[in-house]
Design a protein around this ligand. Structure first.
Ligand code: SF4
Ligand code: SF4
Length: 161
């Protein structure tokens, strides 16, 4: 339970995902579990897919039918609580905000990290969008991992030299 450990359990994580059928197209997965006064995700989405409403403390909800997977909310969230996810050919593709240096390079193998900070697998760097004004000065990294890690992967770490 996130209330006790600060890490969401598998049921909480799965509750943020649509069905795997829906994930044949990229969708935003919003892992914002506690009420805080924050709403850039809602105001940045050009497709009105995210709703918080008048009470800025409410937890965001997403309409997956409206989400195009454009990725704008991924770099707009100050809490790095959003990623884009898609499934294709047995692999899960994640677009994540990444704020550390050095940035990875396309085709490199990095470590896939879970919500406990543990290494779970190797992932492949598919795309790197460096920080620039148009993406809120936040790098966006797309990585692929084997699909069984769909609900485990959360970020990357450079592989041991
Ligand atoms: S990925 Fe794009 S369309 Fe989907 S919720 Fe985020 S900003 Fe909206
Ligand atoms: S912008 Fe991020 S941290 Fe803020 S409410 Fe939206 S998902 Fe949560």
């Amino acid at each position: 339970m996130i209330e006790k450990t600060a890490v969401p359990d598998k049921n909480q994580i799965k509750s943020r995902f649509p069905s795997k059928k829906v994930l044949i197209r990229p969708k935003a997965i919003i892992e914002c579990y506690t009420e805080i006064p924050c709403n850039p995700c809602e105001t940045s989405c050009p497709f009105d897919a995210i709703t918080i409403g008048e009470d800025i403390n409410k937890i965001p909800t997403i309409d997956f039918d409206k989400c195009t997977g454009c990725g704008i909310c991924v770099y707009s969230c100050p809490g790095l609580a959003i990623m884009n996810v898609m499934i294709k050919n047995g692999k899960a593709y994640f677009k994540i905000a990444y704020e550390l240096l050095p940035l990875p390079k396309v085709d490199e193998k990095w470590l896939a990290i879970n919500r406990h900070g543990d290494e779970i697998a190797t992932c492949k760097i598919e795309q790197v969008m460096p920080p620039k004004k148009t993406n809120n000065k936040t790098a966006l990294i797309t990585v692929s991992v084997e699909q069984p890690y769909l609900y485990d992967f959360v970020t990357i770490r450079r592989a041991h030299e």
